[in-house]
Write a protein of this length. Sequence first.
Length: 266
Amino acid sequence: MPFILTIILANNLQIVVACGPFTIQDTIAFEPLNDLINYVKENKPHVLILTGPFYEKNNQAIHTGKLRQSFDSFFTELVDTIMTSLENVDVKVVIASSQREPHHYPVYPTPPYEIKGRYANLTFVPDPFLLDINGVVVGATTQDILFNMSTFEIHLDKTNSSADRMGRLASHLLEQQSFYPLDPPSKDVCIDMTLMEKFGVMGVKPHILILPSNLRYFVKEINECLVINPERLAKGYSGGTFARIEVSPGSTTTLCGRTACQIMRI
Ligand SMILES: *[C@@H]1O[C@H](CO)[C@@H](O)[C@H](O)[C@H]1NC(C)=O
Ligand SMILES: *[C@@H]1O[C@H](CO)[C@@H](O)[C@H](O)[C@H]1NC(C)=O
Ligand SMILES: *[C@@H]1O[C@H](CO)[C@@H](O)[C@H](O)[C@H]1NC(C)=O
């Protein structure tokens, strides 16, 4: 069942989605994340969705010993910093876990993160997740399923050489109602099949599907679902991209028809 978020809206629903890692490869200073927080303070979206991992296992700063505390306390401090800087901003923050997060469980589907404190405007969700925001269902997984499927998919259509490969890959998720329709999975994805049956399926079809990938960003309408790959907020040694989504009210057109999405560079 989707997590429910109710927002009192005067006008369009605005959502910002950014996918980790949130710091560049050789620091733990999180400059791209700070820039995003400033963007959120200025533009005041209703919802900010952040998907892990916050930093990569192979982060150079960590390997050279710049982290002087446990992974757990570092992560708690990171979340504290985000929530403190957004204290006076009317934004609901949703943080999705990733099995690639150094301090977290390396299993997929991945349980939500946990921290010591509690924030009224912060929700931790598992990976994958479905989120119902005033009736708009957003689904996402932090796994790079597009990239993983692209290595294995074989497709030939002699009648159409310009076929839309990304669209076809993403359509497998919607058709099979699964957030990870690849079996056997990629070697670095530890799937728990029992959890997968319960938490890896799409109980309802999302209106918006977020699939962060190392492949190039895109926004596409597939089977009446808006599929978005916002790429990552930090890419190697430089800042990356995030997505800004705006849903206008109304019931006459389809949800895709009244949704606008922009990929922004940080
Ligand atoms: C939480 O959000 C509400 C409105 O949704 C806002 O009034 C309040 O200041 C926020 N609280 C904190 C601690 O950020
Ligand atoms: C699956 O995706 C992950 C993350 O991008 C990548 O590290 C891994 O090599 C991929 N596996 C395959 C078989 O493509
Ligand atoms: C070829 O594929 C593209 C992308 O999916 C589509 O827009 C186009 O209509 C297709 N052309 C034919 C002749 O089927």
